[in-house]
Design a protein around this ligand. Structure first.
Ligand SMILES: [Ca+2]
Length: 441
């Protein structure tokens, strides 16, 4: 079969193959137009290794591909940054997937690397997004301090678009300007939701990091977290603070329903926990960090975390005490920024510490897992929680450490903090016929 012939020739690893010449070549070999279109579709969507996709998808796929010019150049290069980005800081391919992928492939510690990426993005990238191709990976961690991230288990995902950066204050301001949305932190809590609270405590606000002036035992977060009246995304530290000059910082004090409202407006959705980790790992296999094996390779800080002595002395050796502008650190292997550190990010999964165990016990590859049906956190059994991912500027190796790839966090859905934000994903609008990965639910 032609497709197998092309695959065995390794031509898909070389670039570029001109569309016209390939088309002529196919026709000379006696293939009909329909067969040719199907082959092109298969190549475009899945590389040469998969079976031919349904003819019904072939024509629109080809038309879209031709209109976007995305045919037959290097698959890797086409997953890089897109010129349509609204942020010129990210318009350079220098920081894109091809460069980052080469960098990743040069990592000396490559044992057990994930399969190489060969899929081409289905059409033009939405502004500010990167295509993460379908694939499999090992999800989890063997860090002793992450018991809820064990065991390693195999996960298979369909392809998806993901924001290159956290949602910024500027982006969120535009959303609020257009929709007049009021975030949870800006609303006065309802007495019926907090029947035990005295009325004077029912004031709009959010949770802010308020470090003590002296060292404290790290067994009680109440020593450095405070509910601050008037704190919200416009006033991250409280009423006296604002976001002037912070346009390109991640928006914070975002509750789960705030993120969902933004997602609906943007025609996107929150990532699943598995999608987040797959994207965070950037093509590396079971590495401790999204960028490799060391926290600070060559002494270089790769993410906005916490240095010094937690919680009272933040030396900001990485350059930032609090949030950092998006793009302040190198992107990962998929060209994504701040997948570790800066601020935590919401995912759509409910949290359970035993979820990975249940997936592993099932004995099969988990296909597009979307989290457990319910939530359970042993430390607060009565509080349902969603998974947070990525860690923040408050994560330190003395405490938390969940800027490490695979580290899991969790939070009550109505609670935002000044180190919690989000980014979004988007499914392909083009039917991807060969992505026949069944949902686990
Ligand atoms: Ca920092």
């Amino acid at each position: 079969m032609l497709e197998e012939e092309l695959a065995s020739s390794g031509r898909h690893e070389r670039v570029p193959v001109r569309f016209e010449s390939l088309l002529q070549s196919l026709r000379k070999r006696g293939f009909s137009v329909d067969q040719t279109l199907m082959a092109i579709h298969s190549i475009l969507v899945r590389g040469y290794s998969e079976r031919l996709a349904a003819l019904s998808f072939a024509v629109p796929m080809l038309l879209i591909a031709l209109s976007t010019g995305s045919l037959f150049a290097s698959p890797i290069s086409h997953m890089g940054l897109d010129a349509s980005d609204d942020n010129p800081q990210f318009a350079s391919r220098e920081s894109g997937i091809s460069q980052a992928k080469r960098h990743a492939n040069s990592d000396a510690n490559t044992a057990g690397r994930q399969k190489p990426l060969r899929a081409i993005a289905p059409g033009t990238a939405p502004p500010g997004m990167v295509w993460i191709p379908a694939g499999e990976f090992w999800m989890g961690s063997d860090e002793a301090k992450f018991p809820d991230a064990r065991p390693w288990h195999r996960v298979r995902l369909s392809g998806f678009w993901i924001d290159k950066t956290l949602v910024t204050n500027r982006q969120f301001a535009r959303f609020v300007s257009e929709t007049h949305y009021v975030t949870v932190a800006e609303r006065k809590p309802r007495a019926e939701d907090y029947p035990d609270a005295p009325p004077e405590n029912l004031v709009a606000g959010s949770v802010v990091f308020t470090p003590p002036a002296h060292p404290v035992p790290l067994d009680n977060g109440m020593q450095w977290w405070s509910y601050v009246k008037g704190a919200n995304w416009r006033h991250p530290q409280g009423p006296a603070s604002d976001i002037k000059g912070l346009d390109m910082h991640p928006v914070v004090h975002i509750a789960y329903e705030d993120a969902e409202a933004y997602a609906k407006w943007a025609s996107k959705r929150l990532p699943t926990e598995a999608e987040f980790e797959y994207a965070e790992r950037g093509g590396l296999d079971r590495k401790p960090y999204a960028w490799g094996s060391e926290l600070t390779p060559g002494g270089k800080h790769m993410a906005n975390t916490y240095q010094g002595h937690f919680p009272e002395k933040n030396t900001a050796a990485d350059g930032y005490v609090g949030t950092s502008p998006i793009g302040s650190y190198k992107p990962n292997g998929y060209g994504l920024y701040d997948m570790s550190g800066n601020v935590w990010e919401w995912t759509s999964d409910w949290y359970r510490p035993d979820y990975y165990q249940s997936l592993a016990s099932a004995g099969a590859i988990a296909a597009n897992p979307k989290g457990p049906a319910d939530s359970y956190d042993p430390s607060e059994p009565d509080v349902p929680k969603r998974v947070h991912r990525g860690g923040s500027f408050l994560c330190t190796d003395q405490y938390c450490s969940r800027y490490m790839a695979g580290g899991r966090g969790k939070g009550e859905p109505s609670t935002g903090t000044n180190h919690l934000g989000f980014r979004l994903v988007k499914d392909s609008v083009i039917p991807v016929a060969s992505h026949t990965v069944a949902s686990s639910k």
